[in-house]
Design a protein around this ligand. Structure first.
Ligand code: ATP
Ligand code: MG
Length: 315
């Protein structure tokens, strides 16, 4: 596999990961990956299942200590400790949602805020006396964030009662509560319907417009290619290609290793529509035939029509 290690470094580089390698025993999940994210950019990270995308995020955020390589944020090498990475200015969401299910929406955001307040995590959770002023400021900021992502009317709801799409949005609000300069999103639209996905796309543009750089993992190619200034493709732990959406979409190696066919609209949508139309036609024809029963059939019509409906229901 030809590995392309070109990165686009500028004076405003926010994230600079160089030579990041992560081995688990005999398995090299991430191999010598270089990636930069510059101020004002939305960068995509794509690749097949098991390509090493989440592992790479874990290396960036200190959850894993990379076997080799280093990660810098705004020119300073980051220690591989999650709380220090958050304090430095990198926030993330998780592929598998990690909210405090039995806390309210607002409390979840307040937890995300604790790295930026003197009173710390426990006073945020327990509301210890003596911290009222700081707590009020935190609440105000948390409510602002909830309004920004459109969950302010649900501030008192328990996180576990939110619809799936709202839980993903709440994760983003919690990440934003730490006032990051870089936001890492691991499959932010997984499980969302197309409308929720479009709303999330707008949300990410709005986050970028607030001066927060974004690095996003997604399998939804329409979403990625609409959103990103640059896209990097990981395959079997290695960066195969990096470039603008146009460059990546038309790269033969990416098509062969991941995309399958050049992206245009929803993949397979035409075929699905054709099959559905044919099925609907066949169904209509069958119904038309059944609507004209013979005299013998008409005599026992009630029973047979019930059976037919049940069969149709289980398809
Ligand atoms: N803690 C771990 N210990 C051992 N192997 C791991 C660990 N974490 C990840 N892996 C392995 O590393 C490889 C990359 O996994 P990773 O989750 O990073 O892929 P991914 O690109 O995020 O895939 P997906 O698109 O399915 O989320 C896989 O083979 C996975 O089994
Ligand atoms: Mg993953």
């Amino acid at each position: 596999m030809t590995t392309m290690t070109t990165t686009t470094k500028t004076a405003t580089t926010v994230l600079d990961a160089s030579g990041v390698t992560m081995r688990f025993g005999g398995l090299t999940a991430v191999r010598n990956v270089d990636l930069t994210v510059n101020a004002g950019e939305i960068v995509g990270l794509i690749g097949p299942n098991g390509a090493g995308k989440t592992t790479f995020f874990n290396c960036l955020t200190g959850l894993y200590v990379p076997t080799e390589g280093k990660v810098s944020y705004k020119g300073t090498v980051l220690p591989p400790k999650p709380h220090l990475v958050t304090q430095a200015g990198i926030a993330r969401t998780f592929q598998n949602i990690r909210l405090f299910a039995n806390m309210t929406v607002l409390e979840n955001v307040l937890v995300g805020r604790h790295t930026r307040t003197k009173e710390g995590l426990w006073s945020a959770l327990l509301r210890l006396p003596g911290f009222t002023k700081a707590e009020n400021a935190s609440r105000e900021r948390a409510m602002e964030l909830l309004e920004f992502i459109g969950l302010h009317t649900k501030a008192d709801h328990l996180a576990r009662n939110l619809p799936y799409g709202d839980q993903r949005k709440l994760e983003i609000a919690r990440a934003l509560a730490s006032d990051p300069g870089l936001l890492l999103l691991d499959e932010p639209t997984a499980g969302m319907n197309p409308q929720e996905t479009r709303v999330t796309e707008e949300l990410i543009f709005a986050i970028r417009d607030q001066g927060i750089a974004v690095l996003v993992i997604e399998h939804d190619m329409r979403f990625i290619f609409n959103l990103c200034d640059r896209v990097a493709v990981l395959v079997q732990g290695e960066k195969l290609v990096e470039g603008t959406s146009d460059v990546v979409q038309s790269d033969e190696r990416v098509v062969a290793a991941y995309l399958g066919t050049p992206f245009e609209g929803a993949p397979g949508a035409e075929e699905v529509a054709e099959v559905e139309a044919a099925e609907a036609e066949a169904h209509a024809e069958a119904e038309a035939t059944e609507a004209e029963p013979t005299e013998a059939e008409a005599a026992t019509d009630d029973d047979t029509s019930t059976t037919r409906t049940e069969e149709e229901d289980t398809r």
